[in-house]
Design a protein around this ligand. Structure first.
Ligand code: ADP
Length: 488
């Protein structure tokens, strides 16, 4: 049994902005069922403190870190037996809304200080210096917000092993040299092979340089981040560390995302009886104001409306698809220009295109069940969860063949009839997307072919159990690397 401290800046259902929250909930739980003792640590945002209050959390330690009073609370991740630690520090974390941003386009100005303090507290927990009766063998960090943890732990005696997971290399936690100095990190860290990145402080680089093992969320993305196109200037470092880097596909919460039992749906179905999927479709059409008599294919999109997700590519091909009788439902939020462009298009196609701005878990489930095709034209996609949710719900994905999308969606042009579960295209531009959607629409018109694609997708193994085993291998390697360093 390995004791693991799982460090994250978001976890479902407490606080979520994207896929990291899903992973942070499901992976620790899956590892716990394999007899590891995995405990999660999260900043004490208001949503987290509300969970603590509701669950009768225990105040476990009172610390003073960098001049801030910090309280460590122990509770459980709702609906699970997994221990959840909350780092309460009101001046830094007691803020409403998005954990990272004060407005749609602006980060909290003191993010460096917030996540540096978080890392300092985690390091104390990791070293057994936080006055707790539990000390981890290994610390599993996630994304830039926990990037300073391995940095602080480096060179400490008896430190646990460290694993750093990249969920998205595009978010690096970059700050000025002035901020680096204000954090009072040792000057020796300001070097190109440590935290300095083109004259800036990079939290992410700290994680990549100082951790024993690195992971990312799909084998495809693990290869891509080592190349200049998707390496964001860190590809050289990642090539240097390639022997310590493993790509492991994300799983999904197969209990939460199950078309046979999903409480957010009014009708349920399975691969053997797909009939009720049509009722979910009708229900979705009514709810979002689409013409419920429209029999043409219904396309779905859920996600952040940012360049990465290729929402602009979808908007570019939609007018023609609408002319051909397709319907489309879009759910998301992000950059104002994309949001406005989507709303404008919807205004021109009433009853055919519905756009809902915002984060809406229940609508996300209804779209996943009610759509026929799910469109993911992401320019890059470390793993992507929505394509797996949709396949599990018999909704056939059309995706750009990149990162985790390429590892999970198999096109009939290259895959066998028993393997094919969706449609892929190679270059992220409107003609390529349209060509892939055209092929999907052809298949949609052939019920037998379509059923086969649906059933292949529904039969896929997206469970965390399989993935968790791969993580235990990485843990083993990190612990071994740590042990041999101790003997040196
Ligand atoms: P990323 O982490 O890059 O945003 P992922 O596909 O890995 O993308 O995960 C996104 C997660 O957030 C999925 O669970 C998806 O269903 C959910 N999601 C994204 N946008 C919304 C939204 N507007 N409403 C509800 N759920 C959303």
């Amino acid at each position: 049994m390995t004791r693991v401290l799982f460090v994250t800046s978001e976890v479902h259902p407490v606080i979520k902005t994207g896929g990291l929250a899903d992973v942070s909930a499901s992976l620790p739980e899956a590892l716990c069922t394999m007899d590891h003792d995995v405990q999660i640590v999260l900043p004490g945002y208001p949503a987290a403190m509300a969970v603590a209050n509701a669950s009768g959390a225990r105040r476990r330690a009172q610390l003073n870190v960098g001049g801030f009073d910090v309280t460590l609370w122990q509770t459980q991740l709702p609906g699970t037996a997994v221990v959840l630690w909350l780092v309460e520090c009101p001046p830094l974390f007691d803020r409403p809304g998005n954990p990272y941003q004060c407005s749609e386009d602006e980060d909290w100005p003191d993010n460096a200080q917030r996540y540096c303090l978080f890392a300092q507290v985690v390091a104390l927990m990791a070293l057994g210096e936080a006055d707790l009766d539990w000390v981890p063998d290994l610390v599993h960090c996630n994304d830039w917000q926990s990037g300073l943890v391995p940095v602080i732990l480096d060179n400490t005696r008896q430190r646990p092993a460290t694993v750093f997971a990249i969920h998205n290399l595009a978010y690096q936690g970059l700050f000025s040299h002035r901020i680096f100095q204000a954090l009072e990190l040792p000057d020796s860290l300001w070097r190109f092979d440590r935290l300095e990145f083109h004259d800036q402080l990079s939290f992410l680089k700290g994680g990549l340089v100082f951790s024993d093992q690195l992971t990312t969320v799909s084998p495809g993305y693990a290869r891509e981040v080592c190349q200049p196109e998707l390496g964001y200037g860190l590809d050289g470092l990642l090539r240097y560390r390639q022997s310590a880097l493993t790509g492991i596909l994300n799983g999904i919460d197969t209990r939460h995302w199950d078309p046979q039992t999903d409480p957010l749906l009014d009708h349920h179905y399975s691969a053997r009886s797909l009939g009720n999927k049509r009722l979910c479709r009708r229900d979705l059409q009514r709810r979002v104001g689409l013409d419920a008599n429209g029999e043409g294919p219904l396309l779905g999109f859920i996600g952040r409306m940012v360049e990465q997700k290729g929402i602009d590519l979808l908007l570019a091909v939609l007018p023609e698809l609408m002319d051909r009788g397709c319907q489309c439902v879009i759910l998301g939020s992000g950059m104002r220009d994309y949001e406005q462009a989507a709303l404008d298009l919807a205004e021109h196609h009433p009853g055919q295109l519905s756009v809902t701005l915002g984060f809406n878990e229940s609508l996300a489930h209804r779209i996943t069940a009610g759509a026929d095709l799910f469109i993911m034209p992401s320019r890059f996609e470390p793993c992507g969860l929505n394509q797996m949710y949709s396949m599990r719900y018999g909704t056939v994905p059309v995706v750009h063949r990149v990162g985790g999308l390429g590892d999970t969606v198999f096109d009939p042009q290259t895959a066998s009839a028993d393997q094919a579960n969706g449609f892929t295209f190679r270059s992220p531009d409107p003609p390529a997307l349209r060509a892939a959607i055209d092929r999907a629409l052809d298949a949609f018109r052939k019920p037998k072919t379509w059923r086969k694609l649906q059933r292949n997708g529904m039969a896929g193994d997206y469970s965390w159990q399989t993935r968790a085993r791969e993580y235990t291998n990485v843990y083993r390697q990190a612990l071994a690397a740590r042990q041999s360093a101790d003997h040196d």
